[in-house]
Ligand binder design. Structure first.
Ligand code: PLP
Length: 345
């Protein structure tokens, strides 16, 4: 092994989708924005489409075009950013369904692509994307006459089940949409777990498919193995890495592994970070460099050839805790310098 290997378990992905779909009372789509959270949208979406997913969501029209090329026809691809200036040729060519976010987007869409399908995104309180109540009131009748493919909104606090914002947004969404004929969608991964009131006709999970919280029962999908380049023994008083931030207190065997913050291994997780050499937990020593990390392998029964950063022993959320961030950022930070291996497809 000469470069780190990112293994994506398509079987675990499919299991996570099935388990979320079993909890959800409506249709269960899949969110594959940002290259399926860094894991490879084409491979991820092809697997899920084979297993029954009929509708995918991306952030941008360009992502939708790439996905259309990977999936072919017969699958619906929806775009959260809606219909932005200049998007019309891509939306037409790739037969995308933009989630229109404003009156401006609505006008742009019907002027440039009359009769082309669309969805509507409403703001129920997050103040990020979507039409405000007033805009929706003005447009509602005209929009509904054209049978939108979905009318959706997004929850700001769904990963905190007891947060009062959930019920508040549910109420706002219902007030804006009760009685309409179009399919409705409010929930991502977190909303599915909040229960039936939040499910409506369609849910849009992302992170839960990829093995992340708040779906606590998710199977890990990403495994990252990093090769060892060199091993040395250091004496008490010697230091390892930039800034001399770690000093040996006892004779220590140190391995240098071939990945660093340029590969999305967030430097801030250094002080708490560990890897696994087989079943031995190895501490990260000193600072994470751009392409290299020092680890302690004193307790390893034999010199490891590679170590696991992500996988069976530690999840994206374990790493996120060390780095003071969320699993989403751990996944989407993983760089391009890995050999990618897809298993379980
Ligand atoms: C990213 C996103 C999702 C998926 O969210 P997860 O928390 O990853 O399940 C769903 N809907 C919208 C609008 C999003 O931006």
């Amino acid at each position: 092994m000469t470069c780190p290997i990112l293994t994506v378990d398509l079987g675990a992905l499919a299991t996570n989708w099935r388990n979320l779909a079993a909890m959800n009372s409506g249709e269960t789509a899949a969110v594959v924005k940002a290259d399926a959270y860094g894991l490879g949208a084409a491979r991820i979406a092809r697997k899920l489409a084979r297993d029954g997913v009929r509708r995918f969501f991306v952030a941008l029209a360009e992502e939708g075009l790439a996905l259309r090329r990977a999936l072919g026809d017969g699958i619906e691809i929806c775009v959260f950013s809606g219909h932005m200036e200049g998007d019309a040729p891509i939306i037409a060519e790739a037969r995308l369904v933009p989630m229109l976010n404003s009156i401006d987007q609505m006008l742009r869409h019907v002027e440039t692509l009359p009769g082309h399908p669309f969805g509507i995104q409403l703001d129920s309180g997050m103040n990020r994307l979507g039409m405000e109540v007033g805009e929706w009131e003005a447009l509602r009748e005209i929009a509904l006459e054209q049978s939108p493919r979905v009318v959706m909104s997004h929850l700001a606090c769904a990963d905190e089940p007891d947060h009062p914002m959930n019920a508040q947004q549910l109420r706002a969404f219902r007030e804006m949409t009760d009685g309409i004929a179009a399919p409705r969608s409010l929930s991502a991964t977190g909303g599915i777990l909040l229960g039936r009131d939040y499910h409506f006709d369609l849910a849009r999970p992302g992170i839960g498919l990829y093995g992340g919280l708040p779906f606590v029962d998710a199977q890990p999908v990403a495994q990252l193995d990093i090769p060892v380049i060199q091993i040395r023994d250091v004496a008490p008083g010697e230091t390892v890495g930039y800034g001399n931030s770690w000093t040996a207190e006892a004779p220590t065997r140190v391995a240098t592994i071939a990945a660093g913050y340029a590969d999305g291994i967030i430097r801030a997780m250094g002080p708490e970070g560990h890897v696994y050499a087989g079943e031995t937990r190895c501490k990260i020593l000193g600072r994470i460099s751009m392409d290299l990390i020092g680890i302690e392998v004193t307790a390893c029964p034999r010199a490891p050839e590679s170590v696991e950063l992500l996988g069976r022993h530690q999840s994206i959320d374990t790493l996120a805790d060390w780095a003071g961030t969320i699993g989403y950022e751990i996944l989407t930070s993983l760089g391009n310098r890995y050999a990618r291996r897809y298993v379980g497809g």
